[in-house]
Design a protein around this ligand. Structure first.
Ligand SMILES: Nc1ncnc2c1ncn2[C@@H]1O[C@H](COP(=O)(O)OP(=O)(O)OP(=O)(O)O)[C@@H](O)[C@H]1O
Ligand SMILES: O=P(O)(O)OC[C@H]1O[C@H](OP(=O)(O)OP(=O)(O)O)[C@H](O)[C@@H]1O
Length: 212
């Protein structure tokens, strides 16, 4: 009997892209999985079990071994700094982490930066030698400079539509984001065969997508 691989799948926008990638790689996830509200989805015919997690929690499930592997954005990996292996860059859900502000922004004495990513933002400004107060928000980050909560924000930019519609500009790109396949350190040894088999299926599809 082969061991089932437990996969922490992020609900939301990454799931759609990750499931398409799996299907292209010859892992036929049944279509009803896309719509279900079930949180634990056994897929014994594929040797998998999906755990449908909030994206930011994926590295936590994987670090503790509640999931063997997981799919998560680089943004979350950088912010959470969990003890997991990063196995593959899946090349999906591409966007970037940037410093954003109003076009007329000028450095003041007491600078405030709002973000969903306080660790990433603090580290970035520390490295730049800039002293800022970081304010943690949980969404609609672009509101903060519009209504005077913060001078600048650190947030994700994909198409730039949110910035345009709110009259904001991207000042500095901090890093590029794509989704990654991560593994629990013990699972990586104990279930190496299954994990490697999945990576071997995914790799050529990722390479083909990257070629264009
Ligand atoms: N335009 C984008 N905005 C935000 N994240 C994006 C974008 N494009 C790709 N991503 C990736 O998708 C991941 C998950 O985003 P999603 O919006 O699904 O969840 P979330 O906002 O973290 O969670 P929730 O909506 O459940 O609070 C991000 O961590 C990032 O890696
Ligand atoms: O460049 P764009 O294509 O406009 O994408 C970027 C926007 O998408 C994300 O927000 P999300 O939709 O996750 O909503 P949130 O504000 O609740 O985080 C992100 O925080 C930006 O606001």
């Amino acid at each position: 009997m082969t061991d089932i691989l437990k996969v922490a799948m992020p609900k939301g926008r990454i799931y759609k892209k990750a499931s398409a990638l799996f299907r292209e790689a010859g892992v036929p996830i049944p279509v009803d999985v896309d719509e279900t509200r079930k949180l634990v989805i056994p897929l014994p015919e594929l040797g998998l079990e999906f755990i449908m997690a909030k994206p930011v929690d994926v590295p936590t499930y994987v670090e503790y071994g509640a999931a063997d592997i997981g799919i998560v954005g680089k943004d979350v990996l950088m912010e959470e700094n969990r003890d997991v292996y990063e196995l593959l860059d899946l090349g999906i859900a591409r966007c970037r982490m940037s410093v954003i502000g109003l076009p007329n922004w000028e450095p003041g004495i007491q600078q405030r930066v709002a973000t969903k990513y306080p660790n990433v933002a603090s580290q970035f400004f520390r490295e730049q030698g800039q002293q800022v107060e970081v304010i943690k928000l949980n969404g609609s980050i672009e509101l903060a400079p519009l209504i005077g909560l913060a001078d600048r924000i650190v947030d994700m930019v994909e198409t730039g539509q949110t910035l345009r519609e709110n009259g904001l500009i991207e000042m500095t790109e901090i890093f590029e984001i794509t989704s990654r396949l991560i593994a629990n350190r013990v699972s990586y040894r104990m279930k190496n065969h299954q994990i490697q088999a999945l990576c071997d299926r995914l790799q050529p599809v990722i390479a083909a997508v990257q070629k264009g």
